[in-house]
Design a protein around this ligand. Structure first.
Ligand SMILES: NC(=O)c1ccc[n+]([C@@H]2O[C@H](COP(=O)([O-])OP(=O)(O)OC[C@H]3O[C@@H](n4cnc5c(N)ncnc54)[C@H](O)[C@@H]3O)[C@@H](O)[C@H]2O)c1
Length: 294
């Protein structure tokens, strides 16, 4: 299929581009950065530069595509003024969705975030009501990043209601690849007391890329939201035990798919998308949280 991938230069985009090309799709990669002027090598996708907060540029890149994977965003709220994060992320999603509806795109894959429920960047901290957190958990974000992601999901609801566009939203957990596993997860592998709002969850970039390919090829109707995380937790510990140890009875424990599950449920993605992650932090880190290749 003819697929447009926004945010193609980023952490998620690079892994998704490789997986989409390997799956045989005719890919156009898109990002805000200017492309190089070197020859395109065999196996490299076409490239279009666009700032997607500009509607004209969004329409120009979406035109002629069958599927849009929208991963372009500022990926968290702490390094830019709030209005910059909110405006960039929400208007980028709005423009790409509007263009997708206008040009009769058949499938829109919306890369949202595990932060949507709100307990990642709040001004007034709160905990998940239950774990593993699933798609039914209430969303009450306070910060501009998660708010823009939640509103982006609502824009997908509206788009599927007013057109034939079908949407799949993926909410990835914290994305890891060979180059950042140790930096991001090493300390938590060593010590479960290094807490994270996602309750020891993470996602391998290549497993996320596989989920993106599944979403691109899915024939699910309407708009469905899926958490995408790795099946095990950071450190591979007994989840029920560490939840009790560090949160007491503040978070209700719900049934686990496996004893070393993470704090995010991927059961809906397994059921409806056929998501079957194969990677683990153990492929990159030893039990002491140090890189295996280092
Ligand atoms: N990294 C994570 O842990 C994580 C977790 C959950 C969700 N996400 C989401 O996944 C997506 C990709 O994140 P990432 O980690 O690859 O971030 P990244 O910063 O590595 O990549 C994002 C890319 O989007 C591009 N971009 C931003 N604004 C743009 C605009 N206005 N027009 C065109 N391109 C624009 C950037 O240039 C960048 O290349 C984002 O939507 C992010 O919110 C990331």
């Amino acid at each position: 299929m003819k697929v447009l991938l926004t945010g193609a230069n980023g952490k998620v985009g690079r892994a998704a581009a490789a997986a989409l090309m390997a799956a045989g799709h005719e890919l156009t990669a898109c990002d805000v950065a200017r492309h190089h002027f070197d020859r395109t090598l065999p196996g490299e996708p076409a490239y279009q530069q666009a700032d997607l907060t500009d509607a004209g540029q969004a329409y120009a890149v979406v035109r002629g595509q069958e599927v849009v994977v929208h991963a372009a965003a500022i990926p968290e709220p702490t390094h830019n003024p709030p209005q910059v994060v909110f405006q960039n992320n929400l208007m980028g999603t709005f423009n790409v969705l509007e263009a997708s509806v206008s040009f009769g795109v058949s499938r829109f894959v919306n890369i949202s975030s595990e932060t949507v429920p709100g307990f990642f960047f709040p001004q007034r901290p709160f905990l998940p009501q239950y774990a593993p957190v699933d798609e039914e958990h209430p969303a009450q974000p306070q910060d501009p990043y998660a708010l823009a992601k939640l509103f982006g999901e609502q824009l997908c609801d509206a788009a599927t209601q007013r057109s034939d566009l079908r949407c799949i939203t993926l909410r990835p957990s914290h994305v890891q690849h060979e180059g950042n596993y140790e930096r991001n997860l090493g300390a938590q592998v060593r010590d479960a007391a290094v807490l994270s709002p996602n309750l020891w969850s993470y996602i391998d970039a290549d497993d996320l890329a596989d989920a993106i390919v599944l979403a691109v090829q899915s024939d699910l109707p309407g708009h469905e939201v899926f958490y995408i995380a790795s099946p095990d937790n950071v450190g591979g510990r007994d989840f029920a035990q560490i939840l009790r140890q560090y949160y007491g009875d503040q978070i209700e424990l719900r049934p686990l798919a496996r004893p070393d599950a993470g704090g995010i449920s991927i059961e809906k993605a397994r059921r409806l998308l056929g998501y079957a992650p194969t990677r683990s932090w153990r492929d990159y880190l030893d039990e002491g949280g140090r890189a295996l290749s280092g």
